[in-house]
Write a protein that binds this ligand. Structure first.
Ligand code: ATP
Length: 342
């Protein structure tokens, strides 16, 4: 990971949906930065807002979904005078130019994204020409072959159809399509779910090489903490639309500062334990979230003031931030925030 300025700066990101029961914020005020070559893992229970956050980074919302806040993508290279682009407030035309070229989203289930009637080579041609319309067929083919080779797919397979590949190969083709134009940022949403462990290891290896060799900033959305431990530099833990803890993976996993992170880690099977703990209770209803800390109703360490005001981030160890009143600093900031709101 480089010490360069962030490639992506996210501030006060919110993702809202309308539901029959009322509006909800699936992502509710998230801030983070991603540096070139850095992998940030995003973890949390189902429904906490991970996919919504991942898609919001590229402003890819389903109908009825809305994004607020700022997602600043740094200029590519050192273009004098060129500032960052805010993807939340960019025009649809700007977004079309950026998606796939400078920022890519890799989904699970490639078969739903690849057109069964199109050869792999044509998928590449379409993806490349969408951004560089003057690219001739031979050049597009050369670029496609290079991207496929990076993913370990032989160039002889380039004219095959998607159904002629295994699930793992299709996922690698999707990644190759996502990186063929050498984006600055890749958001990978559960890229290895439904693949066997051997293919999973191959894909993770590919993502690792991508950020090391091409300095890509990677956001890895997953519910699998083991993958994060192996692949990522930092981890952000989400609960009910908020990032409750973020920091270096080794530090957070060895000494989690938020009771929710502790619960999440305990609920993961490890080789040393034979029993599987679960966190009692269920995540809150996002249409009507509880006041104060959203984890308070399930928290084993809950204190009276946890439900009165929302904790801000304390920094219990360098670079490790937790929104929890157990740590000095959270209270002071919370008081300031409350005053600011009044
Ligand atoms: N299109 C939508 N319309 C309304 N609500 C939605 C929509 N998409 C997601 N939600 C709600 O937003 C919240 C966050 O969902 P999201 O899929 O982002 O979570 P997640 O952490 O990625 O879950 P999972 O791990 O199960 O994929 C959930 O309460 C979900 O029901």
């Amino acid at each position: 990971m480089s010490a360069d300025p962030p490639v992506l700066s996210v501030s006060d990101l919110r993702v809202g949906y309308r539901t029959p029961r009322g509006p909800l914020w699936a992502v509710d005020g998230v801030d983070f930065e991603l540096r070139p070559g850095e992998a940030l893992g995003l973890v949390g229970e189902s429904g906490c807002g991970k996919s919504s956050l991942g898609r919001a980074l590229l402003n890819l919302m389903p109908p009825g979904g809305q994004v607020r806040g700022r997602v600043e993508l740094a200029p590519r290279g050192t273009h004098e005078g060129e500032g960052p682009v805010d993807l939340v407030n960019a025009s649809e035309r700007q977004l079309r130019r950026i998606r796939g070229e400078r920022a890519s989203l890799v989904f699970q289930e490639p078969m739903t994204r690849l057109d069964p009637l199109m050869r792999v080579s044509d998928h590449f041609l379409e993806a490349i020409r969408a951004h560089r319309p003057r690219t001739d067929k031979r050049e597009a083919r050369r670029m496609a072959e290079a991207a496929l080779a990076q993913m370990g797919i032989p160039r002889t397979r380039i004219d095959n159809y998607p159904h002629e590949f295994s699930g793992g190969m299709r996922q690698r083709i999707m990644i190759a399509l996502g990186i063929v134009l050498q984006p600055q940022v890749v958001v990978a949403d559960e890229p290895t779910t439904s693949l066997d462990v051997i293919v999973e290891a191959q894909i993770l290896d590919i993502l690792e090489r991508l950020r090391e060799d091409a300095d890509v900033g990677l956001l890895l959305v997953t519910h699998n903490l083991g993958i994060v431990a192996e692949t990522c530099d930092r981890v952000a833990v989400m609960y009910a639309g908020k990032v409750v803890e973020v920091g270096p993976v080794d530090q957070v996993f060895a000494d989690p500062a938020h009771p929710y992170t502790r619960g999440l880690l305990r609920s993961t099977i490890s080789l040393e334990t034979t029993s599987l703990h679960s966190i009692p209770g269920a995540p809150p209803d996002l249409v009507d979230p509880p006041p104060g800390c959203r984890f308070a109703p399930r928290c084993p360490d809950v204190m009276s003031h946890c439900t009165a005001s929302e904790p801000a981030y304390a920094e219990p160890a360098p670079g490790q931030y937790a929104a929890c009143f157990l740590h000095p600093g959270a209270e002071r900031h919370a008081a300031v925030a409350e005053r600011g709101r009044a």
